[in-house]
Design a protein around this ligand. Structure first.
Ligand code: C5P
Length: 400
């Protein structure tokens, strides 16, 4: 059996910028070529400090650089079926976001009509910096594909998001892009997951028992169908699924802001998070002392993220969850209509073995036409089924 049939005959321009992960790129070239792809490398000045043109040529890549070796930019831009940038530094992301064309690689990116795929690699604080967040959002909105970054120990000794995805993951991403799967290819999906945490003072706050498992499983299942997935997650120890861009948030307000950054570009929104309906009106800057016998906290309403997204002028397809202890269907249908969403997934709370915090779920699907109850199943299986339902509905809504 061939290694990666969908890479056969594909023309990959691989841009390498200046990060330590560049030492892994000969392995990436080797994998792509063993799958049948042709690879031309654009080695930036920074990239050349970490990997040599000789090492890349030795594994079969043609190498172009800023000194004028190799094909000129327009030829590379036209030749490419895809431009993959691995590793991509924070600086490269900033230049791409700005539309810069100040070296061969950025010029190729600006000139090409092929998709551009970025595998970021940087220190975790640089990845989380608001400037990089904004560049990331702008590039996603423009249809730039992202693979990774992963989380883990970094060259600088810190641990967190920013590690370049392994060559095998990048190759698998491309294989999937060109492979059979991918009914949602090119579609930007935003998924919320987990509980929010509403602070009362620096040490305490209010949260709930949502584990985030359902939302994480949905994000993974959407990515498996080729969607570009942004997962906006409340605090959890779950690992980010592969090929999913995760933004960690704490409070409902932060979650809303992270979601609405994609207000003009998302085409699917899944609200799987258990968002706190209320937050303490005031957050004490100092730890509250136990002085009185009773403590009264005033709560104020949080924004309803799902309803807000459903009310956008050009709303995406919206999917909400309804976790209920009683009258599941009636409450869920009221939510469908009240919030103006396209599909509600209702699940019971308080049944043994399913729902909040569990690995299994039992759901009822409710849309404006019908109600369908599914047997209980693992959340990963429910997620795949829901994605199939979403695909069917998106096709039905698509202009013919
Ligand atoms: O009204 P209720 O909280 O039961 O609605 C649940 C649905 O609404 C879920 O999809 C949840 O993610 C979403 N929601 C939201 N923002 C809120 C409350 C709920 O997005 N403040």
């Amino acid at each position: 059996m061939q290694d990666m049939p969908s890479l056969q005959g594909r023309r990959v321009v691989l841009g390498i910028t200046g990060g330590i992960a560049a030492y892994k790129t000969p392995e990436l070239v080797r994998r792509l070529r063993s799958g049948g792809a042709e690879v031309r490398v654009v080695l930036s000045r920074g990239g050349a400090r970490f990997v040599t043109a000789e090492a890349l040529a030795a594994v079969g890549a043609d190498v172009a650089d800023d000194a004028g070796h190799g094909m000129p930019h327009i030829d590379l831009a036209r030749w490419a079926d895809i431009v993959v940038i691995a590793p991509a530094t924070a600086h490269l992301m900033a230049r791409l976001a700005a539309g810069a064309a100040d070296d061969l690689l950025t010029t190729v990116c600006l000139a090409t009509e092929a998709p551009v795929c970025v595998a970021p690699a940087m220190n975790r604080a640089m990845w989380q910096n608001p400037a990089t967040r904004a560049n990331h959002a702008a590039l996603l909105a423009r249809g730039v594909l992202f693979v990774g970054p992963g989380e883990g120990l970094q060259a600088c000794g810190e641990s967190g998001p920013g590690r370049m995805s392994e060559p095998a993951e990048i190759a698998a991403f491309l294989e999937r892009l060109w492979g059979e799967a991918g009914a949602l290819r090119g579609l930007l999906a935003v998924v919320t997951a987990g509980a929010t945490y509403e602070a009362l003072d620096p040490a305490r706050g209010f949260t709930n028992r949502s584990s985030g498992k359902m939302g994480y499983a949905l994000a993974a299942a959407l990515a498996d169908e080729g969607a570009s997935v942004v997962l906006v997650s409340g605090p959890t120890t779950l690992a980010a699924p592969p090929r999913v861009q995760r933004t960690m948030v704490i409070s409902a307000i932060e979650m809303r802001d992270a979601v609405l950054a994609y207000r003009d570009t998302m085409r699917l929104f899944v609200g799987a998070a258990a968002v706190a309906d209320y937050r303490p009106e005031a957050v004490s800057p100092r730890k509250l002392k136990k002085e009185a016998d009773t403590l009264t906290v005033t709560f104020v309403r949080n924004p309803d993220i799902l309803a807000e997204v459903a009310r956008l002028a050009h709303p995406p397809f919206t999917v909400g969850f309804a976790a209920e202890t009683e009258d599941l269907e009636a409450h869920a249908r009221a939510k469908l209509e009240g919030k103006g969403v396209d599909l509600i997934v209702a699940n019971p709370i308080g049944e043994a073995g399913v729902g909040f915090g569990e690995d299994r779920n039992r759901v009822i699907l409710i849309d404006k036409d019908r109600t369908v109850a599914w047997a209980d199943a693992p959340k990963t299986e429910i997620a795949r089924g829901l994605v199939r339902e979403i695909i069917t509905r998106l096709r039905r809504n698509a202009p013919s």
